[in-house]
Ligand binder design. Structure first.
Ligand SMILES: C[S@@+](CC[C@H](N)C(=O)[O-])C[C@H]1O[C@@H](n2cnc3c(N)ncnc32)[C@H](O)[C@@H]1O
Length: 278
């Protein structure tokens, strides 16, 4: 705006001086020497040149601010009348806006989630509640946490402890989360391959998958929960990794294949977090 005022002042000055000059020229032209006339004409050309420059700069500045307003308003208006429930484009725009930004930790995902007025979320694989705690502190919705908290015979991972250990982890985590968040923290103590049947389609606004990272585990979660999430599906450990002695992580391979089959764009936010909009 300041720039525009300066340009307007400059243009006014230019018009004023041109006017003066042409008056002078009309009255004095007859008595001016040929050289003096040339001098005046040179000045007039300079003024014209300056004027064009100012005019051009003003137009560019106006065009810039108009373009900026258009893109700002786009986000504002969509956000204000909160049309997102029919606005998958808006979700996609927000996701791409944050794409490749470095989220230091998966728990910073609330920066993305809070662009939408999501009410119900779900985390598959909660362990000690590290992600769930950080999300619930920074987001006002209700989070379902699906985790069997038991030894799983078909899950060959370091986190797969004996039943007693899993039981104590569950009790401690549940007490901690319930004291802190009350009914906003809801535990479903089940294996995700059975728990999905408890929920209708589109039950969750968003989903975070961080349970079994083996090929069969992530594949089952994507297939079973795709219809359960209404807007957004994210997860952790977007990589393929050989784990000597344990099942390999094959999250990236499966997520990429699934997204390709469904023609979805994957966004990547740092700390191995992946997301796609439905
Ligand atoms: C890596 S930890 C999760 C960490 C947690 N998301 C966080 O960010 O703090 C993996 C968890 O997935 C759970 N898990 C493994 N297989 C599962 C399955 N099929 N369904 C649900 N949870 C599962 C394990 O019990 C374990 O608690």
């Amino acid at each position: 705006m300041k720039k525009q005022i300066i340009y307007i002042v400059l243009i006014s000055y230019f018009i004023f001086s041109c006017n003066n000059m042409s008056n002078n020229m009309i009255y004095k032209r007859k008595i001016e020497t040929k050289n003096n006339y040339k001098y005046k004409r040179g000045k007039l050309i300079k003024c014209l040149f300056l004027g064009c420059l100012c005019y051009g700069a003003t137009m560019i500045s106006y065009a810039n601010s108009a373009l900026k307003n258009i893109s700002d308003n786009k986000f504002e208006s969509l956000d204000n009348d909160y049309n997102i429930y029919s606005q998958s484009d808006y979700i996609e725009e927000v996701l791409s806006k944050y794409n490749n930004t470095i989220i230091k930790d998966r728990s910073d995902l609330h920066q993305v989630i809070n662009n939408f007025k999501f009410k119900v979320g779900c985390e598959i694989g909660t362990w000690k509640g590290y992600f769930a705690d950080a999300i619930l502190q920074n987001w006002n919705g209700t989070l379902y946490m699906i985790d069997p908290y038991m030894h799983l015979d078909d899950w060959n991972m370091a986190f797969n402890k004996d039943n007693n250990t899993m039981n104590s982890i569950f009790n401690e985590t549940k007490i901690f989360m319930k004291n802190k968040f009350g009914d906003r923290a809801l535990f479903i103590r089940k294996n995700s391959i059975y728990a999905y049947n408890l929920f209708e389609d589109n039950y969750f606004d968003w989903l975070f998958i961080d349970g079994d990272h083996s090929f069969k585990g992530i594949f089952a979660d994507l297939v079973n929960y795709y219809s359960k999430a209404k807007y957004l599906i994210c997860g952790h450990d977007y990589l393929n990794m050989k784990q000597g002695g344990y099942d390999d992580f094959e999250v990236k391979k499966v997520v990429d294949g699934f997204a390709r089959a469904k023609n979805l764009t994957i966004y990547n936010y740092g700390d191995k977090v992946w997301c796609f909009a439905k």
